[in-house]
Design a protein around this ligand. Structure first.
Ligand code: AMP
Length: 216
C-alpha cells in the first residue's frame, strides 16, 4: 500500500505518519526528515537544500525526485507512507512514473485539513526528535519529560523553520504549489480521503485507520 499524507505544515502529517507506520508496518518516508538528516551529516545534498529550507521554499524537484527514487529502491516491506512528498505536480508525476516502473500505484491520498491559525499555533509549540522523527507539541501533545523524546530518549528541538515569518512563507508555498495536488489526484481518479486535522491525535489516527480500511 502506498499512502500519501497531504496537507499544510503543522497539520500533523509527521505525528500521524509515525503512528500509522508503527501500527501498520508501513515505512514512513518523510522528505523533510531525509533533508534534515542530510544537512546534519553535511552531505552535498544537505548543503544544496539548506538555503531553500531556511527560507521556507521548496527544494528543487530534481533533487527531491532523485532522493525519493533512491529511498524507494531500498524500501522493503508492505508499503510506504509519504509525508511531505509529493509537494508539486512535477513531483506527483515523477512518483506516478516510479510507481509504474515498480508495478505499484497510489493506494490512498489522505488530505489533512486545518485552519491557518491552528497551524501557526501548532508550529510555534512543535518540538521534533532529530533522531527518530517523532513530533510533540508543548501545548497539545507534550512529551512525558520536557524536551526528551518519548520514543528514543533523544533531545527534542524546535525547528529553525518553525519561526513565524518562515511559517507564513511555507503556508503560502503550500497553497500555491501543493494544494493543487488534491485536484490532480481527484482528476486522476485516485482514492482521496479528507480528514479533519484539528482534533486530538488519537481521533485523527482513528480517522486515518478508517480511511485506510474504506476502499469504496
Ligand atoms: P517538512 O519537514 O515536510 O515540513 O519539510 C521541511 C522543508 O524541507 C520544506 O519547507 C522544504 O524546504 C523542504 N522539503 C521537504 N519536502 C520537500 C519536497 N517534497 N519538495 C520540496 N521541498 C521539500
Amino acid at each position: 500500500m502506498i499512502v500519501i499524507l497531504l496537507g499544510p505544515p503543522g497539520v500533523g502529517k509527521g505525528t500521524q505518519g509515525v503512528i500509522l507506520c508503527e501500527r501498520t508496518g508501513l515505512r514512513h518516508l518523510s522528505t523533510g526528515d531525509l533533508l534534515r538528516r542530510a544537512r546534519r551529516e553535511g552531505t552535498p545534498l544537505g548543503k544544496e537544500a539548506q538555503g531553500y529550507m531556511d527560507r521556507g521554499e521548496l527544494v528543487p524537484d530534481s533533487v527531491i525526485i532523485g532522493m525519493v527514487r533512491e529511498a524507494l529502491a531500498t524500501a522493503s516491506g508492505p508499503g510506504v507512507v509519504f509525508d511531505g512528498f509529493p509537494r508539486t505536480v512535477a513531483q506527483a508525476e515523477a512518483l506516478d512514473q516510479v510507481l509504474g516502473e515498480l508495478g505499484r500505484d497510489v493506494g490512498r491520498v489522505m488530505v489533512l485539513r486545518a485552519d491557518d491559525e491552528v497551524l501557526v499555533k501548532r508550529l510555534a509549540g512543535r518540538r521534533s526528535c532529530t533522531e527518530c522523527g517523532a513530533v510533540f507539541n508543548v501545548h497539545f501533545n507534550p512529551p512525558a519529560q520536557e524536551n526528551v523524546c518519548d520514543r528514543c530518549a533523544s533531545q527534542l528541538t524546535h525547528r529553525a523553520d518553525d519561526n513565524p515569518e518562515t511559517v507564513r512563507n511555507r503556508l503560502e508555498v503550500y497553497r500555491e504549489l501543493t494544494e493543487p495536488l488534491i485536484a490532480f489526484y481527484e482528476d486522476a481518479g485516485a482514492p482521496v480521503r479528507y480528514i479533519e486535522g484539528d482534533q486530538p491525535v488519537d481521533d485523527v489516527q482513528q480517522a486515518l485507520a478508517a480511511a485506510l480500511d474504506d476502499d469504496s
